[in-house]
Structures are given as C-alpha cells and as structure tokens.
Design a protein around this ligand. Sequence first.
Ligand code: UT7
Length: 328
Amino acid sequence: MGAGIAITGCGSAAPESILTNHHLAQMVETDDEWINTRTGMKNRHIAAPTESLSQLSAIAANKAIAMAGISPIDIDLIILATSTPDDMFGSACKIQGLIGASSAVAFDLTAACSGFLFALITASQFINTGVHQNVLVIGADVMSRWVDWSDRTSCILFGDGAGAVVCQRARENSLLSFGMYSNGSQNDSLNLNYHGQDKPLVDGITAQQGSYNPISMNGREVYRFAVAKVPEAISKAMFQANLTADDIDWLLLHQANQRIMDAVAKRLKIPSSKILSNIAEYGNTSAASIPLALDAAVRDGRVKPGDTIAASGFGAGLTWGSAIFKWG
Ligand code: UT7
C-alpha cells in the first residue's frame, strides 16, 4: 500500500434544542434582520445540560465509521479537535471509550476554529509516515457553555455540534496540499481566558485558582483577518497542488459569517454556488463547523466521490489553515 490518505467517511451530530434569532432578540438588544444580514445566521443548536461534547462526538464518530465501512476496533488513532472539552485533561479518550475503539490511541488538539483542519493535517502525517492506518478525526465544540449571553456582539454567533471524518491509508493521496499558520501577535482578538484568584498556600507560596472568562472577541479585527488570510492560504494550497479556481468543485470554509464566505469566494473567483454553507442552521460551531457542513453535503449528494474540495479554517490564536482534498 502506498503512502497516501483517503477520506472515506463522515458523520455529524447536533443538539436538538434550537435557539433562533427571535429568541436572541428576547435576550439582548438585537433583531432577526440585523443578525441575518450581518452574518447569514438564523438558528443555532444548543446543548442541553444533560448533553456532553463526548456524547455528540461519539454519535458523529459512529456515523463516520459506518460510512467508511469499518468498525470502531479498526481505528488506531483518534484526534479530537476542541476548545471546549468536557474535561480539561481532554475528552478524546472518553470518546474512545464510548465508541469502543479499544485499539486506538486518542488525544485532544486545540486550535480553536482551525482545529478540525489542523487535526486532519496531523492525521495525514501519521498515515503518510506509516504509523497509523485508520484515523478518526473529530471536530466538536459546545460554545454555548462559554459564550457571554449578555454580549450581543458575540452571543448571536455561536452554536454547538460535532463532526467527524475517517481517514485511511490508500494508494493515492487525496490530500493534495495544505498549509497551517498562526500569528500570536493578534492573540488578543479572540480569547477564552483563564481567570484566577490568588490562593496563599503556605508562607511565601501563593497558587492561583479559578475558571475561564466567557469568550471575548474583537469582531471587526477577526473579520478583517479572515478575509485577508483565508484567500491567501487557499491560493497557496491551489498553487502547491497545481490547481486553478476552475478545478475546485466546492469551497468548504469555517462557518463564521456568510459575508466572510462570500468575500473569500469572490476574491478567489470561485462562484458562490460552490460555497458549502450551513451557517443559517448551525451558526458558528467552531471546530465542528467544517465537518458538519461537509457531512450535510455528502449525505444530500452535492459532494460526490472524486470532487475536489478547498477547505479553510480560521479563528482564535490567531490560527488559520487550508487543505485541498478529494472526497471519497
Ligand atoms: O470563528 C471565528 C470567530 N469570529 C468571527 O469570525 C467573527 C468575525 N466578525 C464578524 O463576523 C462580524 O464582525 C460581526 C458579525 C461580529 C459583527 O458584524 P459587523 O458588520 O462587523 O458589525 P460591527 O461590529 O461593525 O458593528 C456595527 C454596529 C455597531 O453599532 P454602532 O457602533 O455602529 O452604533 C454595533 O454595536 O452593530 C452593532 N451591533 C449589533 N446590533 C444589533 C453589534 N452586534 C449587534 C447585534 N444586534 N447583535
């Protein structure tokens, strides 16, 4: 078997409860029209207190594994991209237990909304070097647990969900090119910061204990960053893969704002009909947004085996990345 990867299965899951723009208008000073015209969002799914990130991820993972035609025991690596684990020690192993992938090693990876793409690229490295054969990549976030529900500039944006893909070693490489980037000097633009209080332990030694502040975001700055860096990252990946915009069947972007997706498509000269968007239904689900949108498009038949997909994730860090891959 050669050293390439094929993406052979996908799956997704979202909580049942739906928070509409009209609901948000009851909570903060906003309205359906503002949210819809500025972001393209109408609904977002919100995890109930009884639901967990691990449960949602396990549902998405089982669907992806079933589509790939393998069983959980065949999975030898699980990478969970999340910024909102159920457990600060990580939730990948919990998911491993829930799906019965007892031959796998599992770990979390944090790169905010770029997390799924970074995890997919990481998975490809383990497959290309021959270390792993069947890798489960999950992107999942329960942002509703970390949003400031009194801040209208950010609470309208986020929702919860999980998406997964199975990557397998294959003769031909379906991941045609990729790039990963970060810029720590803009770290202050988007944070979910630790906040603690001093706790004196003994004379001369003080520890700190606390929790996390809700999400804080400079929306305009993140917007500007995304419309500048995402087209650049995709253009570089297209160049590396020796492809032009005409070769791209689908544009699969992190679902942060419909206006960002439209601006990126325009800049790349890719028709807007090729944008895979589910933002109206789910809002911004952070690491889950790319696999959620992919799964919907595969299951309703828009994305077909052999289609070329240009994907890009971007967000806190700031981080961003691109990947061009063939589906199936
Ligand atoms: O995963 C990555 C994470 N984040 C992002 O990708 C976010 C990227 N940024 C964005 O999507 C957009 O910047 C937002 C959707 C967050 C904001 O849209 P905008 O067109 O950049 O609006 P703005 O921040 O420039 O605000 C315009 C006005 C302001 O009023 P003034 O100062 O002009 O009087 C805001 O106070 O809209 C006001 N505003 C709102 N009005 C009604 C802000 N939020 C709301 C709201 N409802 N929810």
